[in-house]
Design a protein around this ligand. Structure first.
Ligand code: FAD
Ligand code: NAI
Length: 466
């Protein structure tokens, strides 16, 4: 069988790319080694983690804020098994949706491990050991990533776990030690802190979510501290040991002292590595760089021009929507169109509560690059909408060019920031100035007024409600 395009991997990058190829009239096949489609994001990433974040947030509000709203509850309990069951059914519905989309778009869905036989030929090895050979004029590698670990913290998937196991725990941990306070640590640490676990974050850097604007990490820490969490910043884990009943984590403090943390679970969330195992890249004349990533040019072509790669397996942010844009980009490139991705305007979101969302330059980056800038900030506590809902934690911070007033970066922490950041992306795609946004009507009372007010503050320090 010969295809115009073979996509290896059915995550957000792979399935989006396959659908766009089919829309453009290309005969397309998608290969997935697992029985269900959707990749990391739908099966063990974005969707299940958000399902648990939402459930745990409902519980937390019922336990801690409902009474103040005048809602009385008795015998409130967490049913973790039900939370996990609901999460599984959300995943199932979502992955089945992708299978439906494959059929609708007449994409051949093939299950098994895809590996190169030569630059145009792919062997699919199925679970029962049988093999199928297909050929493609173009091939897209969309094989994603896997959790990373270090020899000092061996994952046993029982007590020393990755995000994948943290999504299916059968008991609420008494004390969860989270190594790495990045995005996964913050999100899944919040889930368990909200439903009663003691959570301790051990982080190599000096703040939470250290790659985002520093203000965000500081504010997020304040909110997560309210859940009773402990933080060990600038600390280095030297050894993690599962004794059977508990996990012992040895840590070096910034002063060079050694301390020991003891918990019943240890979540290792220190990043993810690109995944190319089993692809037999050599047969296609491809190799990875020293960090395991496939190198691509500006058209997302590897060193073999008809083989493209996208998403977590190449450079850039490991985000579902980044992979999706790249899937569309490759399909359109194959048919000779001239698509474009503005990588700096890919937003990043952390789905804690309050949510953190960000687009464009951070303050640290503008400083480092010597770009003249001004800052406007607006706190959620000054918003009528936030007071009405009792979601007063957070702020919006806008960075604008000092001379031109063009918006350079927007960083938000607060209720519904994940959805609000889209307005900033649109504004920045159209190269809006802070004053442009501050002159646009924002419905009252809404959280989006915080963005308008922060733009007013950045324009000429003329926020109205502060
Ligand atoms: P993947 O989704 O990893 O898919 C790759 C697929 O390729 C997999 O299904 C794999 O089985 C398959 N595959 C690999 N090798 C082969 C082979 N040889 N043959 C056949 N199939 C193969 N991102 C967000 O933007 N928002 C979020 O809220 C978010 N939450 C996350 C939460 C968690 C807990 C995790 C772990 C990640 C989260 N991410 C989130 C990141 C997001 O999941 C990834 O960036 C995204 O899935 C990458 O998409 P991809 O298409 O590159 O690869
Ligand atoms: P991450 O890169 O966000 O965070 C890893 C953290 O671990 C960093 O803060 C780092 O300083 C720290 N760290 C590294 N080595 C360490 C060590 N030895 N000891 C202590 N701390 C150490 O990676 P994470 O959280 O594992 O997530 C992986 C990827 O998944 C992210 O790149 C992210 O893009 C994606 N993801 C996205 C989500 C979202 O968009 N909401 C949610 C979850 C994951």
């Amino acid at each position: 069988m010969e295809y115009d395009v073979i996509v290896i991997g059915s995550g957000p990058g792979g399935y989006t790319g396959a659908i766009r190829c089919a829309q453009l009239g290309l005969k397309t096949a998608i290969i997935e080694k697992y029985p269900s489609l959707g990749g990391t994001c739908l099966n063990v990433g974005c969707i299940p983690s958000k399902a648990l974040l939402d459930s745990s947030e409902h519980y937390y509000n019922a336990a801690h804020t409902f009474a103040e709203h005048g809602i009385k509850l008795a015998d409130l309990q967490v049913d973790l098994a039900q939370m996990i069951t609901r999460k599984a059914s959300v995943v199932e519905q979502t992955t089945k949706g992708i299978a439906f989309l494959m059929k609708k778009n007449k994409i051949d869905e093939l299950h098994g491990v895809g590996s190169f036989v030569d630059p145009h030929t792919i062997k699919i090895t199925k679970d029962d050991g049988s093999e199928q050979i297909i050929k493609g004029k173009n091939i897209v590698i969309a094989t994603g990533s896997k959790p990373m670990s270090f020899p000092s913290m061996p994952i046993d998937k029982k007590r020393v776990i990755t995000s994948t196991e943290a999504l299916t725990l059968q008991e609420i941990p008494k004390h969860m030690i989270v190594i790495g306070a990045g995005v996964i640590g913050a999100e899944l640490g919040s889930v368990y802190a909200r439903i009663g676990s003691k959570v301790s974050f051990v982080e190599f850097a000096d703040s939470m979510i250290p790659t985002m604007d520093k203000t965000m990490g500081k504010e997020l820490q304040k909110s997560i501290k309210k859940l009773g969490a402990d933080f060990y910043f600038s600390h280095k884990v030297t050894k993690v040991e599962n004794t059977g009943e508990e996990v012992i984590v040895n840590v070096d403090t910034p002063k060079g002292e050694q301390i020991t943390l003891t918990g019943d679970y240890c979540l290792v969330s220190v990043g993810r590595r690109p995944y190319t195992d089993g692809l037999n890249l050599e047969a296609a004349g491809l190799k990875t760089d020293d960090r395991g990533k496939l190198e691509v040019d500006n058209h997302l072509r590897t060193s073999v021009p008809h083989i493209y790669a996208l998403g977590d397996v190449i450079r850039g942010a490991m985000l579902a929507h980044k992979a999706e844009e790249e899937g569309t980009f490759i399909a359109e490139t194959i048919v000779g169109q001239k698509p474009h991705i503005h990588y700096r305007l890919i937003p990043g979101v952390v789905y804690t509560w309050p949510e953190v969302a960000s687009v464009g330059y951070t303050e640290e980056e503008v400083k480092k690059e010597g770009i003249p800038y001004k800052v406007g900030s607006f706190p959620f506590k000054a918003l009528g909408r936030a007071r009405a809902s009792m979601d007063v934690d957070g702020l919006v911070k806008v960075l604008a060019h000092k001379e031109t007033d063009e918006i350079l970066g927007v960083h938000m922490i607060g209720a519904r920031a994940a959805d609000m950041i889209a307005e900033a992306v649109v504004a920045m795609e159209f190269r809006a100035s802070a004053e442009d946004v501050s002159r646009m009507s924002h419905a009252h009372p809404t959280y989006t007024e915080a963005f308008k007010e922060a733009c007013l503050a950045a324009t000429d320090n003329r926020a109205i409600n502060m």
